[in-house]
Ligand binder design. Structure first.
Ligand SMILES: Nc1nc2c(c(=O)[nH]1)N[C@H]1C(S)=C(S)[C@@H](COP(=O)(O)OP(=O)(O)OC[C@H]3O[C@@H](n4cnc5c(=O)[nH]c(N)nc54)[C@H](O)[C@@H]3O)O[C@H]1N2
Ligand SMILES: Nc1nc2c(c(=O)[nH]1)N[C@H]1C(S)=C(S)[C@@H](COP(=O)(O)OP(=O)(O)OC[C@H]3O[C@@H](n4cnc5c(=O)[nH]c(N)nc54)[C@H](O)[C@@H]3O)O[C@H]1N2
Ligand SMILES: [Mo]
Length: 767
């Protein structure tokens, strides 16, 4: 018998079906229905005046930065009403809601009862309105005063035998100002245990790019999109997750770019797009976006990229100098000969088979790429959450380097970030493996010796808590329990803690699966006016293209008991470190002082306070954008990686866990996935018709999903089969309902990112 983990109460979405309704897969994304639905939702949650005020100021210069994705705003023109999209407006509606969770709500609803609700139901309850405390053995959260909460946390932290027994998680909405203070406090307290959502997101991109081109960030700006000849989009669903990218793609296409989409799914947003901010879009005129669609099997990308490289090499040999950029290769790179020797060992047709893409389609792609060198490659979670993710991303870099397509206008790398400030948080030092240089600068400026030992990332944190090596868990935002892999294992880990603390805007499942004691600290969101220190404060964020911009909230907070994240950190630091601290935390209640300290610690922030006040903000320096590569040898590196061939047996399927159109990570806005034609149900599994038939199952059948890894059976019960145009052997479900199936030990090499896009499952009739 295999070991079966006990289900920790409240840790999973209930196995309740909501009643699937099927529609057609949409041919084009956005257009009028998208805008109408976003307006309705914002006004329903926030009321007419508040809702319109929020939308009017969203992504406007001088307004607030959209709390949804990290896609940049145009440097020049921004549209008349506001620069936003349907899903940005919905993220605002979630935050701007007038519904709030008062102490009465918590006294009427036990933690156990709240745990029986779905994520959708939990999220719709409203904003948390004051600090709450769950005593040891308690069944209900009760109100607590801010000072008492800070004192309790300080006491628990100081009682630990070692600072390394505390873990400080960050999600990617935290501002630069808050992130800088947070890491400063954590390091003065004495640990580098600063895991963040990046560990589960673009860590693989950061590792691959740092090693190959010397900086862990993308190289392109929005303007490059308008100059590109080819844009390749791998493992990304921008119609849902980065809708404003569609406008840039449309403009690129109008300027003549060829768009190549590489995805197991024919994602609607990639296939066609109606721009709601253009008359043609409002009239519903269809603009096809993708010119070449390469329908890979899950994780077939590495084989596909190698096949493209071989065919390009054949063209190059026929016509030397016409395909590869030899000047660039000679001056700027290392490892070319080894790469060429390596790719010669493969057969392109065999690789095509492995990738799942018809050989003729690859030839068509190569015909386009052969003559072009302004090439941009975009990618997201479809590449980063695989065992071989780092190597696949390096293979993309190989392709760009062969073509000399990096560090010049219209060309380069574009890892499209998720959370709106996830890139900025890293720049501010939210990282469990800080460089010596960063720590030296902290030491010099703040006169304490920061710990040098590297800390835990997300997966290591979960294991440390599970083994009893970490006892206090503190989260600056996010929903750790539901976002992380192996839900039951993580739930056990959290319940072994002495204290779990969450700084949050909204209630989520991580508040309900807790340590012996638990605290929720409610904070201001992006859209809220921040009157810390009785001044109208603003914060700043860095988007996916390295632009730092100010963000100023405009809505009156729904409760007088909310504090800003920077103030929470300052008061926590004082309560925990007391006289031990070398830092005058009260000064930081003026955020200009925080920015001044960032400026003297982190490169690229010269005249921060002045430049951040300029409309549109400023770009951070980026070597790979200018064609200088800050690797150890100052050259960009070609990478030789073997093809990864996982063993999948006859009755197994590969499952990717993806986002529906109606969610932001673990926040569920609704039960529809409109573009994919799936309505009113999240417990679905998308399968190829042959895979359904092979198992003697039918479209619409109810099934259970299992994973067997490391001798443990993991089960997710009650999913409806949806027949879908997905390659044979591949399947898809929504995150976080199936995170219970993602094994904690199944991670990407080098980046330790959970392999959320490659979960080996079996499907059996529901029991
Ligand atoms: N509205 C909304 N916006 C969001 C988010 C949200 O949840 N909702 N989340 C934010 C965050 S944190 C992030 S990281 C981003 C996520 O943005 P995405 O990465 O676009 O999100 P996913 O839904 O995980 O989609 C992954 C895409 O990769 C494809 N894919 C999966 N496996 C493979 C593979 O092996 N190869 C290839 N080529 N493709 C594959 C899937 O079919 C899907 O189209 O979006 C951000 N923006
Ligand atoms: N299976 C699977 N798992 C995944 C993924 C996947 O594709 N598949 N994707 C991974 C990725 S890419 C990511 S980034 C992670 C996301 O992991 P997280 O960032 O941890 O999760 P979110 O769902 O974005 O966090 C939502 C919560 O953040 C809080 N919040 C919102 N705004 C604010 C704010 O301004 N301040 C504070 N303090 N709190 C706020 C709210 O309480 C809300 O409930 O999930 C990862 N997990
Ligand atoms: Mo993410």
């Amino acid at each position: 018998m295999e070991e079966q983990p006990q289900i920790v109460p409240g840790s999973e979405n209930p196995e309740k079906l909501t009643g699937l309704k099927k529609g057609n897969i949409k041919k084009v994304a956005a257009g009028v229905p998208a805008v109408v639905s976003s307006f309705e939702k914002t006004i329903e949650e926030a009321g007419l005046t508040r809702g319109m005020k929020a939308l009017f100021n969203l992504n406007k210069k001088g307004g607030f930065d959209c709390p949804s994705c990290a896609w940049p705003d145009p440097d020049d023109e921004r549209s008349g009403i506001a620069e936003y999209c349907e899903n940005g407006a919905r993220a605002v509606a979630e935050e701007a809601t007038l519904k709030k969770l008062t102490p009465e709500f918590f006294s009427q609803n036990s933690v156990q009862d709240l745990g029986k609700l779905s994520d959708y139901e939990i999220g719709s309850k409203g904003r948390i309105a004051q600090p709450m405390f769950l005593p040891a053995g308690g069944t209900h959260y009760q109100p607590i005063k801010w000072n008492a909460a800070f004192a309790k946390i300080g006491l628990a932290l100081n009682a630990l035998p070692s600072p390394d027994e505390a873990i400080f998680y960050t999600s990617g909405r935290t501002s630069n100002e808050a992130a800088f203070l947070y890491q400063l406090f954590v390091r003065e307290f004495g640990t580098n245990n600063l895991p963040d959502c990046s560990n589960m997101c673009h860590e693989s991109s950061g590792v691959a790019l740092t090693e190959s081109v010397g900086i862990g960030k993308g190289s392109v700006t929005l303007d490059d999109f308008y100059k590109a000849e080819v844009i390749m989009i791998l493992g990304q669903n921008p119609g849902t997750n980065h809708p404003r990218m569609m406008t840039a793609l449309q403009k690129a296409k109008a300027n003549g770019a060829t768009i190549i989409s590489i995805n197991p799914l024919p994602e609607t947003g990639l296939m066609g797009f109606n721009n709601p901010q253009k008359v043609s879009g409002v009239l519903g005129i269809n603009s096809a976006l993708t010119d070449i669609f390469l329908q890979v099997k899950i994780n077939g990308d590495m084989a596909l990229l190698k096949a493209i490289e071989i065919l390009l090499l054949k063209e190059e040999l026929k016509n030397p100098g016409a395909v590869f950029d030899h000047d660039f290769i000679r001056e700027k790179t290392e490892g070319y000969d080894a790469l060429i020797e390596h790719i010669k060992t493969f057969d392109a047709e065999e690789l095509a088979q492995i990738s799942g893409v018809p050989f003729t389609k690859i030839q068509e792609t190569v015909r386009v790429l052969a003559t072009k060198n302004k090439i941009i490659t975009c990618w997201a979670m479809g590449l980063t959450q695989h065992k071989n993710a780092v190597d696949t991303i390096k293979e993309i870099v190989n392709l760009l380097l062969l073509k000399g397509s990096i560090g010049k206008p219209g060309a380069g790398t574009c890892p499209v970030r998720g959370h709106s400030n996830v890139q900025g948080d890293r720049t501010m030092g939210i990282f469990e493996k800080p460089s010596d240089k960063f720590l030296d600068d902290i030491e010099r400026n703040f006169h304490f010796a920061p710990p040098r030992k590297h800390g835990f990332d997300v997966v290591e944190s979960i294991k440390a808590m599970h083994q009893g090596k970490a006892k206090v868990f503190f989260a600056m935002g996010g929903n750790f329990l539901s976002a992380t892999p192996d839900t039951q294992f993580t739930a056990e880990a959290l319940t072994k803690c002495k204290l779990t603390v969450h700084v949050s805007t909204k209630l989520n499942r991580s508040h309900l699966v807790h340590g012996q004691e638990a605290i929720i600290l409610p904070c201001l969101g992006r859209s809220d006016v921040d009157m810390t220190n009785r001044e109208d404060q603003f914060i700043s964020c860095e988007n996916s293209m390295g632009v730092v911009q100010m963000s100023r909230g405009v809505l009156p907070p729904i409760s007088e008991h909310l504090l800003s994240e920077p103030e929470i950190i300052c008061r926590l630091a004082k309560a925990t470190l007391g006289k031990r601290s070398q830092i005058d935390w009260d000064r930081y209640l003026n955020y200009d002082v925080i920015r001044a300290d960032i400026e003297r610690t982190i490169p690229g922030f010269e005249s921060y306070n002045q430049r951040v006040r300029e409309p549109g903000g400023f770009y951070l320096p980026n070597g790979s954008r200018e064609g200088t590569f800050d690797t150890t040898t100052k050259k960009a590196q070609f990478n030789v990686a073997e093809l990864y061939k996982p063993e999948i047996s006859g009755d197994e399927l590969v499952m990717m866990t993806i986002r529906s159109h109606d969610q932001f990570n673990t926040t569920i806005y609704g039960l529809n996935d409109r573009y994919r034609g799936i309505y009113n149900e999240r417990r679905v599994i998308l399968m190829n018709e042959k895979d359904i038939a092979k198992r003697n199952l039918k479209n619409g059948d109810l099934v259970d999903l299992t994973n067997h890894f490391d001798g443990t059976e993991r089960v997710a019960r009650g999913f409806v089969i949806v027949e879908y145009p997905i390659p044979e052997g591949s399947s898809a479900t929504y995150f976080p309902e199936t995170n219970v199936l993602v094994p904690i030990n199944s991670v990407a090499e080098k980046s330790n990112t959970p392999t959320s896009k490659f979960v080996v499952i079996q499907v059996r009739p529901h029991q």
